[in-house]
Design a binder for this molecule. Structure first.
Ligand SMILES: Nc1ncnc2c1ncn2[C@@H]1O[C@H](COP(=O)(O)OP(=O)(O)OP(=O)(O)O)[C@@H](O)[C@H]1O
Length: 273
C-alpha cells in the first residue's frame, strides 16, 4: 500500500527545471545522484565547468573525485541527473581520457605509434589524415623516443606521454586526467606537467584533472574545485588566474602561495567536519 502511495506522490512531482550554467560554461551537471551499496556518494549535485579552462578536482580521500570525472566521461553510470556538454549529450561530444595507470591503458600488442593513432582509425580517418595528425603530435610533444617501440619497451614517463598523445589525437573537446602523474617519478612529472600546460596553451582544451597533490592541482588550474566528504558537495570553487606559462618561479609567487594556502584551509576544514 505504502509503495503505491509513494509511487503516486513521486509521479506528481515534476522533474526540476533544467537551469543552464552561466555564459562560458562547457559542462553542466544537474541533479547528479550516485549511490554505492545503498550509500549516497552524490545526491542532487549541481556543477558548471567552464569552457577552455583547467579545473583541478581536490578533496578528502574517497569523496568521489575519480567517480565524478568518470561519471562525466561516461565510464561510471549515474543513478539520476543530467550532464550536458555545450548543451549536447556525451555521445555527441569528443572526449579524451588519461588514466593514472598508463601500464594498463596502452595496448601492449600494438606499437606505441599505433596506440596513439588508434582513436583516429576508430574515427575512420584516412592514412594521410592519420599521418598528418601524428606528425603534429610528435612535433608538439617534442618526442625524442622511438614511437615504433612497444609500450613495455618505454619508460613510465614515455608511456604516459604516449597515453596523453593518444587522448589528444582526435582533438577532444574535453580531456579528463585521473591522477596522471601519480605513477611517475619527479622528473617525468615535471616534464609531463609542462607538456600539458603547453598543449593547453596551444589548444585551449577544457581539462578536468584529479590530483592528490595540492601544489600540482593549483599549479595547473584556472579553477580548483574543492569537494566535501561524502555525501559529496562543492565545498568551494577557487579561481587561480596567474598568467601562463607558469614556471618554477610561479611556485614562490605570492598569488600561488595564497591560492594553495586557501585551498589547504578549505580542505582541512572539510576533512575535520
Ligand atoms: N564500483 C564501486 N563500488 C562500490 N563503491 C565504490 C565503487 N567505486 C567507488 N566506490 C566508493 O566511492 C567512494 C569514492 O571513490 P573515488 O575513487 O571516486 O574517490 P576519490 O576521491 O577519487 O578517492 P581517493 O582520494 O582515495 O583517490 C569511495 O568510498 C569508494 O570506495
Amino acid at each position: 500500500m505504502n509503495t503505491v502511495l509513494n509511487a503516486a506522490a513521486h509521479a506528481d512531482v515534476p522533474p526540476p527545471r533544467f537551469v543552464p550554467g552561466p555564459p562560458g560554461t562547457h559542462i553542466t551537471i544537474r541533479g547528479l545522484t550516485k549511490y554505492f551499496a545503498g550509500w549516497p556518494l552524490y545526491e542532487n549535485f549541481d556543477l558548471d565547468i567552464p569552457k577552455g579552462k583547467i579545473v583541478s578536482v581536490f578533496g578528502p580521500n574517497g569523496c568521489g573525485k575519480s567517480t565524478l570525472i568518470n561519471m562525466i566521461a561516461g565510464l561510471v553510470p549515474i543513478d539520476r541527473g543530467e550532464i550536458l556538454f555545450d548543451g549536447k549529450s556525451l555521445k555527441e561530444t569528443k572526449i579524451g581520457y588519461v588514466f593514472q595507470n598508463y601500464r594498463e591503458a596502452l595496448f601492449p600488442w600494438k606499437r606505441t605509434i599505433d596506440n596513439i593513432a588508434y582513436p583516429l582509425l576508430l574515427e575512420g580517418r584516412s592514412k594521410a589524415e592519420v599521418d598528418r595528425r601524428m606528425d603534429e603530435l610528435v612535433a608538439s610533444f617534442d618526442v625524442k623516443f622511438d614511437l615504433k617501440r612497444y609500450p613495455y619497451e618505454l619508460s613510465g614517463g614515455q608511456q604516459q606521454t604516449a597515453s596523453i598523445m593518444r587522448a589528444l589525437a582526435p582533438r577532444p573537446e574535453v580531456l579528463f586526467l585521473d591522477e596522471p602523474f601519480s605513477a611517475l617519478d619527479f622528473e617525468m612529472t615535471l616534464f609531463i606537467r609542462e607538456k600539458l600546460q603547453e598543449v593547453f596553451m596551444q589548444t585551449g582544451t577544457t581539462m578536468l584533472l584529479v590530483s592528490h597533490d595540492l601544489e600540482e592541482a593549483v599549479y595547473l588550474a584556472d579553477e580548483i574545485l574543492l569537494l566535501t566528504k561524502r555525501p559529496t558537495r562543492v565545498a568551494e570553487i577557487l579561481a587561480y588566474d596567474d598568467a601562463r606559462p607558469r614556471t618554477v618561479e610561479t611556485l614562490s609567487q605570492a598569488s600561488f602561495v595564497a591560492a594553495k594556502k586557501l585551498s589547504l584551509e578549505i580542505f582541512q576544514r572539510e576533512v575535520r567536519r
